[in-house]
Ligand binder design. Structure first.
Ligand code: BG6
Ligand code: MG
Length: 219
């Protein structure tokens, strides 16, 4: 059986945390007088914590001292973690366990490729930490998606060539990162937003084991 490298984003792909990032950013943005819609939030998906706050400040034409910037970043993460702390396995997105089980049975190596610095604790919380041979998260990269660094590091960790890697992503920045890395990109979510992906599915309920098998077998 050929080996491919299966690389998964975390927030909005494996667990339903994208909504918590949204709630926390919305609360923060509105507290400093910047309006914040779900559409605005799309621009922050996959983007690091620091770059996200810089973007919100730019929208509001706001300049802050380093100290105030740090205070807001800390506040956002505390708000986010207050949601995350109540998380259980129930927040694993539909049919993710079936997909992981199938890939395991097929001896396919799996990696995490996420911008989040909270990734490892979230994976432990929902019992998925052991599913990955390699975890590349926000503590291990210097360049944010759409830079391909996170996925190239994941491929290196799996010892699989980038052209044999398949990336699952819910953010446009992540799809662009996968494409730039020379990997096959699979969007999870809205086909209009993720139109640059090689394939788009609403969620994993639409991804059959037959489809996964075809990805594994493709040369
Ligand atoms: C990404 C999310 O996975 O991680 C972004 O899509 C988030 O919304 C980024 O800003 C950084 O996450 P964290 O947990 O380190 O703030
Ligand atoms: Mg995501």
């Amino acid at each position: 059986m050929p080996k491919k490298g299966f690389i998964f984003d975390l927030d909005g792909v494996i667990v339903d945390t994208a909504k918590y990032h949204y709630f926390a950013w919305k609360k923060l943005a509105e507290s400093i007088g910047v309006s914040f819609t779900e559409e605005d939030n799309e621009h922050l998906k996959g983007v690091s914590r620091i770059k996200s706050l810089e973007t919100i400040l730019q929208w509001g034409n706001i300049t802050l001292s380093d100290e105030d910037f740090q205070e807001l970043i800390t506040r956002k993460n505390e708000d986010y973690l207050s949601f995350v702390n109540t998380m259980t396995k129930a927040e694993i997105l539909p049919e993710v366990p079936r997909v992981f089980q199938f890939l395991k049975e097929q001896n396919q190596p799996m990696a995490l490729g996420s911008a989040s610095k909270n990734a490892q604790s979230i994976l432990k919380k929902v019992g998925l930490f052991e599913s990955f041979q390699t975890i590349v998260d926000g503590t291990k990269v210097t360049k944010a998606k759409p830079d391909p660094e996170v996925f190239l590091k994941a491929a290196e960790g799996l010892q699989v060539a980038p052209k044999d890697c398949i990336v699952f992503e819910d953010a446009l920045a992540g799809i662009q990162a996968a494409n730039t890395a020379g990997m096959l990109s699979i969007g999870i979510g809205d086909a209009v937003i993720l139109h640059e992906a090689n394939y788009v599915f609403k969620d994993f309920t639409e991804i059959s084991n037959e489809f996964l098998y075809k990805l594994i077998s493709a040369s």
